[in-house]
Write a protein that binds this ligand. Sequence first.
Ligand SMILES: [Zn+2]
Length: 496
Amino acid sequence: MAEESSVQEYGEEALVKEIPPKAADLSKWYTAACWKAELFDYTPVRGSIALRPYGYALWENLQRQMDDRFKATGHVNAYFPLFIPESLLMREAAHVEGFAPEVAWVTHGGNEKLTERLAVRPTSEVIIGVMYARWVQSYRDLPVLINCWNNVVRWEKATRPFLRTMEFLWQEGHTAHASHEESTEEVARMLEVYREVAEDVCAMPVVTGEKSAGERFAGALHTFSIEALMPDGKALQAGTSHDLGQNFAKAYDIEFVDKDQQVKHAWTTSWGVSWRMLGGLIMTHGDDRGLRLPPALAPYQVVIVPIPKKGSGESVTAVARQVRDRLVKAGVRVRLDDRDEHKPGWKFSEWEMRGVPLRIEIGARDVEQNQVTAVRRDCEKGDAGAKTGLALARLESGVCELLDAVQHGLHEQARAYLGQHRFEAQTREEFFDLLRRQAGLVRIPWCDDAVCEAEIKAQTSATTRNQVPLEGEAGPVSCVACGNPAKTRAYFARSY
Ligand SMILES: [Zn+2]
């Protein structure tokens, strides 16, 4: 993806007729595949997309999967204001500096100029910090474990659907704790939730680790991330979890009386995943025919296409309706495409393009044999197992097994890709060469030094993605990039 395409090209992009081959131009393929599948549309609002019903259903399914896991780990949902008074935003210096270039400001209310500008939230640490200061008095009020589902605005220059838009949907979790030990555990717990959602729900393998100081969230002590690898060899940061230490508690006065009667500042965390995750899984799984959605998220897990012939039309339609009703009852998200203005072959292509994991075809012969024909979207046409006859007697269990198989199949394909594009560079030459070729995620023992990091970026456009502690080394190790003593093992790649 050399150049950034813009969602500002309102109208013009709407002329897309065909999805170009994925390997030829991932950027063009991506926007065309998302648009043609009706996930989003361009709008006259700069850098902002409309999420169409099919795209919103996909987001809702991801939201539900995450929300269930947040609740299971003790969190509750709440809501905070969209606007943040300028004076409040200014209190945490590092945070302001990091976000200032991309904050949108409200200067007028109706016809009146405001005495104080209001920031449109780029993230909510500030307003939430102010509220937590009111709600937390004693150690008995801790921990506070709150998540928010909302929208935020960041004034981005280049934009692309889901991956980078000016306004986007996300969740932001904000917690406050009595000790650093507890808040550290929380940061790790939520990173693990994100890893699980990426891998088990989105079927998208990720590497987890800590961000370098230069890539850290503005105002955080430590930032951890999950990073996925896209088909063009670029990494995609798909979720972050931040240890905010006492920085925000001190700036916004979140204080409590501890068990020992001492007044202390709380320890806070924040963590977020946006609809960017959808962009990641679309790029990861899609093919030349369009989207391939994991069954755990697909708005329709199954599409039923009846193939009526003269004389058998009624029985085929009747069986198709029974199959739909039985699957709905079994909790499967199913769509019966019985429109008569389109031929079955057209419907096959249409639902393949929109990424439906499993197609059920019902023809006259299927009806005679008391079966349906199931076709998996994760397989190539003609692969063994791509097309199977499924006896009506075991319709529900058979469909569930096939959906599991598709989920697993997509995950395995993505894991194989990551396995082939994850490198351990042994020498400086090899390291720079792999990065220049945009070969994938390249890991080295690293010095964790900003000067070394800047040199790597200047020479290759790659940045550190995340890092883990050195472990199991016999003796001291050198940084593969600069030769100074290594402190961590870090992944580098170009990124979105
Ligand atoms: Zn170095």
